[in-house]
Write a protein that binds this ligand. Structure first.
Ligand code: ATP
Ligand code: MG
Length: 422
């Protein structure tokens, strides 16, 4: 998607609907972002046309009706234009599950603004007249930097508990304040976050954690007792405040990390040192992808070894340094080392070794599994021997295949039950 093309397309969609006689406006996040001088992620259009009418205007082939039950039709543009969600002005009926309205009914722009979550998200914009339409005093809150629920915050949070995390995300990422009553409503209902699906919680947490304002987000979550809802292990931060200040410092020091690096930084002091399996368990609760789970477990398992790498045997360290994600591990270890004022020798050794040409850092095997299978049957001793040969090679004790084979014979003589074929 190309930002200018997307914006042009959003304008065209409004124009087409207007020509067909339906009041139509840009709505919600895109208006907020535009007024903040940020590039909107995507444009949403709100309209008086019903979903069926929207489909008639744009044609069935250029629309998708996946969200039609909630009054949303997706209008498809070119690859550059992307797609636009066109939602019929609506008001929501009761929310009995704490997350979604039981039904919706079509209504006016003003009522549509009232069902939105926060005042800064309740704005409309008429792109033809270039005019903001503000039924909820959202512009004033945008100016003042305030996240305020539209209407009664206690009711609005009770309706949809996901709004608690959205409020914190917007406050943190825009560096806004949570308005006092909105904040009180969140603190009061934090314990009910569990009605929100793990996937939705995880998606919000991921967005907060990769953002440069991640520390502010985590502080707000802690202040509102939401962090222990999404991460019960975080109780430790309250019981032992130094674990939080250290974690905070590490989070702050990460420059532009991928999610698993931030996640590992967050949980590092909440699991036993080096316990990759425990990290994986938490990651599963957060619905991480398999790749992210694997990387998180790797980071947690090895971050301590990197910091003390000057005391780690080379073959053991080498196997960590040749890992695909070593740069992520280094980034985490650097951030941790910075806060703990580690002696620099460990990290320095790693940096030096990582500068080595590939041939030196990771020399080709002198003997692989196929070679060894010519000599003995696979089994527990098999793996032990392969490892021992590789260790000796990395230590510089073996430099050719014939030396490696000699060494295998020596090793096998210590395992007479295996030695028959040599
Ligand atoms: P971003 O896209 O940056 O997450 P956004 O505000 O655009 O922020 P969307 O999820 O794209 O978030 O939603 C678009 C608009 O729909 C919001 O601006 C808001 O007006 C409304 N909205 C979204 N989620 C909720 C909710 N849980 N409760 C009430 N209104 C909501
Ligand atoms: Mg949006």
């Amino acid at each position: 998607m190309q930002p200018l093309a997307a914006k042009q397309f959003a304008l065209q969609v409004v124009q087409r609907l207007r020509e067909a006689g339906f009041e139509s406006l840009w709505a919600g996040g895109c208006v907020r972002d535009m007024l903040l001088g940020r590039e909107p992620n995507d444009y949403d259009v709100a309209t008086a046309a019903t979903p069926e009418q929207v489909r008639e205007v744009f044609g069935r082939r250029r629309t998708l009706a996946i969200g039609a039950a909630f009054g949303v039709i997706t209008v498809l543009g070119s690859k550059q234009q992307g797609q636009i969600e066109v939602a019929t002005f609506r008001c929501d009926a009761e929310y009995s599950d704490g997350r979604r309205p039981d039904s919706v009914s079509f209504s006016t722009a003003e009522e549509d603004a009232q069902r939105r979550d926060f005042t800064i998200n309740g704005l409309f914009y008429d792109p033809l007249a270039e005019q903001v339409i503000d039924y909820v005093a959202g512009q004033a809150d945008l100016q003042a930097g305030v996240i305020r629920a539209i209407r009664d915050p206690f009711e609005r949070i009770a309706e949809d508990k996901l709004r608690m995390l959205r409020a914190v995300r917007f406050a943190a990422t825009f560096d806004f304040q949570l308005e006092a009553q909105t904040r009180a409503a969140i603190c009061q209902q934090a314990g009910a976050l569990q009605v929100v699906s793990a996937e939705r919680i995880a998606a919000e947490m991921q967005r907060m954690l990769v953002h440069p304002q991640r520390c502010r987000a985590m502080e707000l979550l802690r202040d509102c007792q939401l962090l222990v809802e999404v991460l019960p292990e975080a109780k430790r931060f309250d019981e032992q405040p130094s674990t939080w200040s250290e974690t905070r410092d590490v989070l702050e020091r990460l420059a532009s990390p991928c999610f698993p690096v931030v996640f590992a930084a967050l949980i590092r002091l909440l699991v036993k040192a080096g316990d990759g399996a425990a990290a994986r368990t938490i990651g599963k609760r957060w619905k991480l992808s398999n790749d992210d789970l694997k990387l998180t477990a790797f980071l947690i398992a090895h971050v301590a070894e990197i910091r003390t790498a000057d005391q780690v045997a080379w073959p053991q360290l080498q196997r960590i340094l040749i890992h695909d994600n070593i740069q992520d591990l280094m980034a985490l270890a650097e951030a941790v080392a910075g806060t703990c004022e580690d002696p620099p020798a460990g990290l320095e050794r790693c940096r030096e070794k990582l500068e080595l040409p590939q041939q030196k850092l990771n020399p080709p095997l002198l003997l692989d599994g196929n070679d060894l299978r010519q000599l003995i049957q696979p089994g527990p001793v098999f793996k032990e021997i392969l490892t021992a040969v590789r260790d000796a090679q990395l230590e510089g004790q073996l430099t050719s295949q014939s030396e490696a084979l000699d060494y295998v014979r020596v090793l096998l003589s210590q395992h007479p039950e295996q030695g028959t074929q040599v």
